[in-house]
Design a protein around this ligand. Structure first.
Ligand code: URA
Length: 212
């Protein structure tokens, strides 16, 4: 498992505004969208391309285009939806699948409650969108779900990550697994309520408001 923390002043600037509790929902959504596009640039560094012959107004030349099968982008419901537009802006030809996951209150295990994904993900590069890598349980289950369907490699894009979640992914998938996490910040820790510290609060609530 590889961790990439984006080190860029614009990333830090947008993240600071996201963390600020006085930032309202519309501004939070816009900033999250912009931040995801910056993270997506880092996350797609190894996206597969193939050579293509073209003709410029001056002469024939060779460039590249995305290889088939196209990558697939998978937001984890609900908060991952707030990252989708920012991601597909950079990868407009990617397919989009959906994964709804929640934690069983008794077993504390992450379980899948909704899926809209191809049965066969063989040879596919997958980009999972989940704003907060906290304990890592949900993201680990989502990544395992994609591998079970044959995914080739999985890159998770998270606005923030906690060391506890990163450690869980490292121990579950090991050093050499084709799993990457790209984030704007590796924060300090989780608090006793499972929130990332200093964090930004509940990402779903800040994007979409509190649903009672
Ligand atoms: N999920 C959130 O939305 N925020 C956290 O800090 C941790 C998990």
């Amino acid at each position: 498992m590889r961790l990439h923390v984006a080190d860029h002043p614009l990333v830090a600037h947008k993240l600071t505004a996201l963390r600020d509790k006085s930032t309202d929902s519309p501004t939070f959504r816009r900033l999250a969208d912009e931040l995801v596009t910056l993270l997506a640039y880092e996350a797609t560094r190894d996206v597969r391309v193939e050579p293509v012959d073209i003709v410029t107004p001056v002469c024939p030349t060779t460039g590249v285009r995305l290889s088939a099968p196209k990558p697939i982008v998978v937001p984890i419901l609900r908060a991952g939806l707030g990252m989708l537009d920012g991601m597909v802006r950079l990868l407009p030809t990617a397919e989009v699948g959906f994964l709804g996951m929640l934690r069983d209150e008794h077993t504390l295990q992450a379980m899948t409650y909704a899926t809209r994904l191809p049965e066969d993900l063989s040879g596919r590069q997958c980009f999972v969108l989940d704003p907060m890598l906290a304990t890592g349980g949900t993201l680990a289950a989502a990544i395992q779900f994609l591998f079970d369907r044959g995914a080739d490699d999985v890159t998770a894009i998270c606005l923030l990550a906690a060391p506890e979640g990163v450690d869980l992914l490292k121990s579950k998938f090991g050093q050499d697994a084709p799993v990457s996490v790209v984030t704007a910040s590796l924060d300090e820790r989780l608090n006793e309520h499972g929130y990332i510290v200093p964090g930004l609060g509940d990402a779903g609530d800040r994007l979409y408001g509190v649903v009672s």
